[in-house]
Design a protein around this ligand. Structure first.
Ligand code: ZN
Length: 161
């Protein structure tokens, strides 16, 4: 079976940026399960998986624009420290995760730390970066109705969610 829209794939991946390993599913010893065609992956990676089959390994170069997007100007925002978890431990360049008022979370990069406020860069920490993925495809299968309804893959043994 070939990977593509409405298929579920399991994969191991390692992400390298500027020659530095950023993250790897091998560190978690669990494969990543994704439902293709539902925005679970960055577009460049999703496109590279199209038509691939179980057992294939691939190297994927994803330009910033097909990854986390280009960096945008005017994305620095000043926040009162009381709204930032562990504000006093943060230093410029560190990535921290903010809870959004409207729900969900957002990774931001600390730009400047002041006495009572912190300036954060709302650009995704990997915005503007060219990404290199080493991918090994474990399994390709049809998505279940439930997965299609939820818009994400259900890894084996996971509770319904
Ligand atoms: Zn679900």
């Amino acid at each position: 079976m070939k990977a593509g829209k409405d298929k579920v794939v399991s994969l191991h991946y390692t992400l390298t940026v500027d020659g530095e390993k950023m993250e790897s599913s091998h560190d978690r010893e669990e494969r990543l399960w994704v439902l293709l065609g539902h925005g679970q992956l960055i577009p460049g990676l999703e496109a590279a998986l199209e038509g691939r089959e179980a057992g294939e390994t691939l190297e994927v170069a994803v330009a910033a624009v097909d990854g986390y997007g280009e960096r945008q100007e005017g994305q620095i925002q000043r926040l009162s420290k009381k709204y930032v978890p562990q504000a006093n431990r943060l230093k410029p360049g560190m990535v921290t995760v903010l809870q959004l008022k409207e729900g969900g979370q957002r990774a931001v990069t600390v730009h400047k730390v002041g006495m009572s406020a912190i300036d954060v860069d709302l650009n995704h920490p990997m915005a503007g970066k060219d990404l290199h993925f080493d991918v090994a495809i474990g399994e390709v299968r049809e998505a279940t109705d439930e997965e299609l309804k939820h818009g994400h893959a259900h890894p084996p043994g996971s509770a319904a969610h």
